[in-house]
Design a protein around this ligand. Structure first.
Ligand code: GDP
Ligand code: IMO
Ligand code: MG
Length: 427
């Protein structure tokens, strides 16, 4: 059985954690391939709620090996606090594997993230402040620190020196901050080496051997398609590739191994941080979606911006990821609206546009063109099959499927594992 990718089809927070956890019981490996602890994935198992940031959501399934791939950026302090938190709750985390090629989020990367955002003022990205962008910038600039560097003090010192050489100039002369001491950083990083050692592995080899042995590997994306550094709403994006191709580079698995790409799609839209969002609502409907959907960031606690479903974005996600399926989440949140508007196209400077414009200025001007679908008032949280849904909810799902360009294979009707309608099996 080959590999599957599960990723966000919008601006993140679509319910990837729940979807991954649902499949976790039937897969052998769950792999994070990009991002870091900017992610906040909520998993509800019975009466227990878990918020995972860096660890793959498969960590909650005992038979599954969780893997942090080479494309992920790892903050060791966050890693250990997350592991400790899970251990205290009785979760066995001993199977975790971490790529020796993954880059480390150093304390100075976190500092640089915060000061640059402050410096940008009104033009800020609204990052999570976790050092994600600066760590990927160091990686691309070839001055990054990798997990394997912790096992060679001399190399580590040279690399920290190289990284801080320019940064200290910028911090002191441009941002008016104190210089960061090289020794202190090296000491702090070395302190993690022994604790980290049992988890460090050649994850590329492990995953490819697993696939040769017909094991099931699930790649869990962080963030979402529209936050992708190449395909998202640049510059209001994250600094990695959450889109499907990122799974290949971020885990070292070839595209020929991937047979299924599942887009997690919220039945409406949310976004955290700055950037364009055509269907955003500033009225009581937006408030109601936020309240009923519990739309508050798991990582930063910021209120999420809320709006109606945007089919232009869903179609775009189908295209750039080669989606085979959608997992539609939070349909239950829409219960109670008499009518539900769905954005089917944009109007840009008087023209009707059916597909996502590639020009940033056009997207900033895009006004949603809505079609209104009839709503439903019946409680759907107990629905187990598609036919249990009220007719109007069925029609809403069918309309979204038609507009979005891939089959909807599962529907979330509540946060719990079992609050899911499975239509087509993923495995
Ligand atoms: P992720 O970052 O994509 O994993 O998503 P988040 O965890 O940040 O946000 C999704 C939120 O919706 C979490 O609080 C989930 O528990 C919750 N959730 C997921 N699926 C459903 C669903 O079908 N219905 C409802 N009501 N909540 C859901
Ligand atoms: P999950 O995995 C929603 C957003 C931030 C900001 C932008 C860049 O839970 O879906 P960064 O710190 O990554 O440099 O911030 O990306 N962002 C997310 N928004 N869900 C996430 O993760 C996000 N991770 C980053 O709000 O706008
Ligand atoms: Mg989230």
């Amino acid at each position: 059985m080959p590999a599957l990718v599960l990723l966000g089809a919008q601006w993140g927070d679509e319910g990837k954690g729940k979807a991954t956890d649902l499949l976790g019981g039937s897969v052998d490996y769950v792999v994070r391939y990009q991002g870091g602890n900017n992610a906040g994935h909520t998993v509800v198992v019975g009466d227990q709620k878990y918020a995972l940031h860096l660890l793959p959501s498969g960590i909650l399934s005992p038979g599954c090996t969780p893997v942090i791939g080479n494309g992920v950026v790892v903050d060791p302090s966050v890693l250990f606090s997350e592991l400790n938190g899970l251990n205290e709750r009785g979760v066995d985390t001993s199977k975790l594997l971490i790529s020796g090629n993954a880059h480390i989020i150093t304390p100075y990367n976190v500092t640089v993230d915060k000061v640059t955002e402050r410096f940008l003022g009104k033009r800020k990205i609204g990052t999570t402040g976790r050092g994600i962008g600066p760590t990927y910038a160091d990686k691309i600039n070839r001055v990054g620190i990798r997990v394997q560097d912790l096992y060679d003090e001399s190399i580590l010192t040279q690399k920290v020196e190289a990284a801080l050489d320019v940064k200290n100039q910028i911090l002191t002369k441009l941002y008016n901050r104190r210089a960061i001491a090289i020794d202190q950083v090296v000491e702090e990083l070395l302190a993690y080496a022994d604790k980290l050692a049992p988890y460090v592995a050649d994850t590329v080899l492990v995953l490819n051997q697993a696939l040769e042995q017909d094991k099931v590997v699930l790649f869990e994306g962080g963030q979402g398609t529209l936050l992708d550094i190449d395909h998202g709403t640049y510059p209001f994006v994250t600094s990695s590739n959450p889109t499907a191709g990122g799974a290949c580079t971020g885990a070292g698995v070839g595209p020929t191994k991937i047979s299924r790409v599942i887009g997690i799609l919220k039945a409406y839209t949310t976004r955290v941080g700055s950037g364009p969002f055509p269907t955003e609502l500033f009225d009581k409907d937006g408030e109601a979606l936020r309240r009923i959907g519990g739309e508050r960031g798991v990582t930063t606690g910021r209120d999420r911006r809320c709006g109606w479903f945007d089919a232009v974005i869903a179609r775009y996600a189908t295209r750039v990821n080669g989606l085979t399926d959608f997992f539609l989440t939070k349909l239950d949140v829409l219960t109670g609206w008499e009518e539900i508007p769905v954005c089917v196209a944009y109007e840009i400077d008087g023209r009707r546009v059916e597909e996502l414009p590639y020009s940033q200025s056009d997207f900033h001007h895009a006004k949603p063109v809505y079609e209104t679908l009839p709503g439903w008032s019946e409680d759907i949280t107990k629905a187990k099959s598609f036919s249990d849904l009220p007719k109007n909810a069925q029609n809403y799902v069918k309309a979204l499927e038609e507009m979005s360009g891939a089959q909807i294979s599962a529907i979330g009707v509540g946060p719990g594992r079992d609050e899911t309608i499975e239509i087509n099996s993923f495995l």
